[in-house]
Ligand binder design. Structure first.
Ligand SMILES: Cc1cc2nc3c(=O)[nH]c(=O)nc-3n(C[C@H](O)[C@H](O)[C@H](O)COP(=O)(O)OP(=O)(O)OC[C@H]3O[C@@H](n4cnc5c(N)ncnc54)[C@H](O)[C@@H]3O)c2cc1C
Length: 336
């Protein structure tokens, strides 16, 4: 077992500050490695995301998570103790054959508080992260890695190990010149888009519902965001289109995608007349390898990949993937 005293101060760079990258970086740091994180957007947490406006906020990416693996269950319990996460028990329904019915699901659902992005922002506080740095190239120099970013060009720091904690299409761009195994994995993982609406209705739905799974329609999920714990601001609903429809129509204009989803909402019983609607397109929302390897590591060139797409998709998979890669990567470095 490695501990923080025995491990030499090797430098590991992690690309991507979603849950997988944050988890991997946090655990490597705890083991005594020097870590640096690069993130292309302005803040941490990736697809665990909360859109904030003057009078409202809404989780427009991941909606909630479940916990089945013992290590993740333990971590979620500690997040709950720290008040970073809370249980969410929505009035949950299913739309099928033109009707809403009660859901039979007994899953325990967790959400970060006060928004889904809060957990990533909390984890990010203890890590050195450079935001607004889009890594555009990774270069092997001797036994080290050097990065190039769109904003800063070629950087000077040499790293002993490199972790890509980013969606597979973005990982593929970076690894295709340097590692054929990693490229094959990334190329085999298709990720689907997700068209998302954030809506303030003028006329509230007549039926009692906090969230609903929708089957056999272009919409797959509706959720009253304010039904989650500690949400503030105007009452907003989040609506996701299903992955197949979103991917097929990924190049629609926002106006056309919105119009089709609004028509579908009418079928579900929602009245969108005069509603305030904000539309977002997630280009790489979901997807996973059919046989998930959990994470990837080349011991020879000290290159690792982690993320939900390597571990069954979803938040629990992202955490587990980052967690497992940190352990495997740490084991590559000799003890002093
Ligand atoms: C609409 C939607 C709904 C979802 N619903 C659920 C749900 O209800 N439950 C659930 O469990 N999961 C859900 N998910 C999936 C969940 O969000 C993901 O499984 C999880 O957040 C993935 O974490 P990650 O760290 O692997 O990747 P990400 O969160 O995508 O993090 C990757 C990070 O890398 C950054 N990045 C990418 N390329 C570069 C680059 N070149 N340089 C620098 N930075 C880069 C990105 O900006 C991002 O911050 C949903 C996702 C979406 C989009």
């Amino acid at each position: 077992m490695l501990n923080s005293i025995d491990v030499p101060k090797q430098k590991i760079v992690i690309i991507g500050a979603g849950l997988a990258g944050l988890t991997c970086a946090t655990e490597l740091q705890a083991l005594g490695f020097i870590v640096e994180v690069f993130e292309k957007s302005r803040g941490a947490s990736g697809r665990m995301s909360t859109r904030r406006s003057a009078n409202w906020e809404a989780d427009h990416g991941a909606q909630y998570f479940t916990a089945r693996d013992p290590a993740f269950i333990q971590t979620v319990a500690s997040w709950m103790d720290q008040k970073q996460v809370a249980l969410w028990a929505p009035n949950l329904k299913v739309f099928e054959d033109k009707h809403w019915r009660a859901s039979q699901s007994r899953d325990q659902r967790y959400v970060a508080t006060p928004g889904m992005s809060s957990l990533g922002k909390h984890l990010a506080k203890r890590l050195p992260i450079q935001f607004e740095q889009t890594i555009s190239q990774i270069e092997r120099v001797g036994s080290t890695w050097v990065l190039h970013s769109s904003e800063a060009g070629r950087m000077n720091t040499a790293y002993d190990g490199l972790v890509l904690a980013i969606p597979s299409p973005q990982a593929l761009v970076l690894v295709k010149e340097v590692d054929s195994w990693a490229s094959a994995l990334a190329a085999a993982s298709n990720m689907n888009a997700c068209w998302t609406l954030m809506i303030k209705f003028v006329t509230q739905p007549a039926f009692d519902l906090d969230a609903g799974f929708v089957n056999n329609e272009i919409i797959s999920w509706v959720c009253r965001n304010n039904s989650k714990p500690e949400r503030v601001g105007d009452e907003y609903w989040v609506v996701h289109a299903n992955p197949q429809w979103s991917q097929t129509f990924v190049e629609l204009s926002k106006e056309d995608a919105t119009a089709q989803m609004v028509a579908c909402l009418a079928q579900l019983g929602f009245n969108c007349k005069d509603a305030a609607i904000t539309t977002h397109r997630w280009r790489y929302a979901s997807g996973s390898l059919a046989t998930p390897p959990e994470c990837y590591l080349s011991g020879e060139i000290k290159l690792g990949l982690c993320g939900d797409w390597l571990h069954g998709g979803r938040i629990e998979g992202a955490w587990l993937s980052g967690h497992k890669l940190a352990t495997r990567l740490a084991a590559l470095f000799p003890l002093v």
